[in-house]
Design a protein around this ligand. Structure first.
Ligand code: SF4
Ligand code: SF4
Length: 299
C-alpha cells in the first residue's frame, strides 16, 4: 500500500504538471485545461502546470466579487468550492496524501536523516486562521480604486508557488528579474523556512499553514469514506503515531482534522486490528496482522 501511494503521488504530480514543452516556450501553459482545478496544491503559474490551483482560483473569484456586484451582474462562481466540497464529502482529506504534489515534496525531504521533532498541537489551528483571512476575507475586503482585490495567500505566503513558479520563472524569463523586490525575498524566506522545517518535522506546511488542507479537513468527520478506531482492540502501543506522516495520534480518535487517509496505520502500523476503514456505512475489517492478540500483549 505504501509503495502504491508513492506511485499514485508520482503519477498525480506528473498529471498536474504535464506541460513539458515549457523549456521551449519559456512560458506557462494557458490552454483550455487551465480553466479546471487540480485537487492538490499546485501553482497555476508553475511553468509545467496543466491545471489551476483551487486556492488561487477561490481567491481570484473573491477578488472580483465587488466589481461584479457593483456593475449589477452579481456573478459569483461556486465551481471551485463545489468541487472541493464534493471531494471532501466523499473522502475527506485524502487528496493531501495521494495527489498533492507539495505533500509529496514534504515527505521526500523529511526522509533526509536527522533528529525529528514534534510541533505544539496548537499550531495545527493556524491554517484555519490563514484560510479565513488570506483566502476568504482579505481578497474581498482590501480592494483597489476599481474594487478589485488580490490573491493574498498566493502573493504573500504560498511556498509552493515560490518553489514551483516564482523561482523557475525567473530563470525561464530573465526579464522578470527587474521585478524582484522585498515581496519576492519575503516569499523566498518563507519557502526556505518551510524547506528546513520539512527535514525535521513531518509535513509542516500541511499541518500548520495549508488552507487547502484546512478546507478538506472540515469533511473528515462526515465524509463517506471514514477511518474507525476500536478502543477495545487498541493496546496504546502508539505505533500508528510513530508511522503517521502527519503525526496524528490515531489512538486518541479516528478522523482527526490532520488525518490525510494515507492508510499507513490501517495497512501496516496497527498489529492489533484496532484500525478499520468504513465506506458508506460498510465496515472493512482490519488488515490481518501477525496473529498477536491484545490479551497476549497485555499479559
Ligand atoms: S492517522 Fe493513519 S491514515 Fe491518518 S494520516 Fe496518520 S497514518 Fe495516515
Ligand atoms: S497502532 Fe493500533 S494498537 Fe497501537 S496505538 Fe495505534 S490503534 Fe492502538
Amino acid at each position: 500500500m505504501w509503495n502504491l501511494r508513492r506511485w499514485v503521488q508520482g503519477v498525480a504530480t506528473l498529471v498536474s504538471n504535464a506541460y513539458l514543452l515549457f523549456p521551449f516556450t519559456r512560458n506557462i501553459y494557458q490552454g483550455r485545461l487551465k480553466s479546471m482545478c487540480v485537487p492538490g496544491l499546485n501553482c497555476y503559474s508553475c511553468p509545467a502546470a496543466s491545471g489551476a490551483c483551487p486556492l488561487g482560483s477561490i481567491q481570484s473569484i473573491l477578488a472580483t466579487v465587488r466589481p461584479s456586484f457593483s456593475s449589477g451582474h452579481y456573478h459569483i462562481s461556486f465551481y471551485v468550492l463545489g468541487m472541493l466540497g464534493l471531494i471532501g464529502s466523499l473522502v475527506g482529506r485524502m487528496p493531501c496524501a495521494w495527489v498533492c504534489p507539495f505533500g509529496l515534496i514534504q515527505e521526500l525531504i523529511h526522509k533526509i536523516p536527522s533528529r525529528k521533532y514534534e510541533i505544539p498541537q496548537a499550531l495545527i489551528y493556524v491554517k484555519y486562521v490563514i484560510l479565513v483571512f488570506f483566502v476568504f476575507l482579505l481578497p474581498v475586503l482590501v480592494v483597489d480604486q476599481f474594487g478589485y482585490g488580490m490573491t493574498w495567500f498566493c502573493k504573500y505566503i504560498c511556498p509552493a508557488g515560490t518553489l514551483e513558479a516564482g523561482i523557475p520563472m525567473i530563470f525561464l524569463q530573465p526579464s522578470l528579474q527587474e521585478l524582484i523586490g522585498i515581496l519576492y525575498y519575503n516569499k523566498v524566506i518563507i519557502l526556505l523556512v518551510f524547506l528546513i522545517l520539512m527535514v525535521f518535522i513531518r509535513r509542516p506546511f500541511c499541518r500548520i499553514a495549508c488552507p487547502l488542507g484546512a478546507i478538506y479537513s472540515l469533511f473528515n468527520k462526515v465524509s463517506i469514506f471514514r477511518m474507525v478506531h476500536d478502543p477495545d482492540a487498541c493496546v496504546l502501543c502508539k505505533q500508528c503515531y510513530q508511522d503517521c506522516p502527519m503525526g496524528v495520534r490515531f489512538y486518541e480518535g479516528a478522523n482527526q482534522v490532520d488525518c490525510i487517509r494515507c492508510l499507513k496505520c490501517y495497512q501496516e502500523s496497527c498489529q492489533y486490528g484496532a484500525i478499520s476503514i468504513e465506506m458508506a456505512g460498510i465496515l472493512l475489517r482490519p488488515v490481518p496482522k501477525k496473529g498477536e492478540k491484545k490479551e497476549e500483549i497485555q499479559a
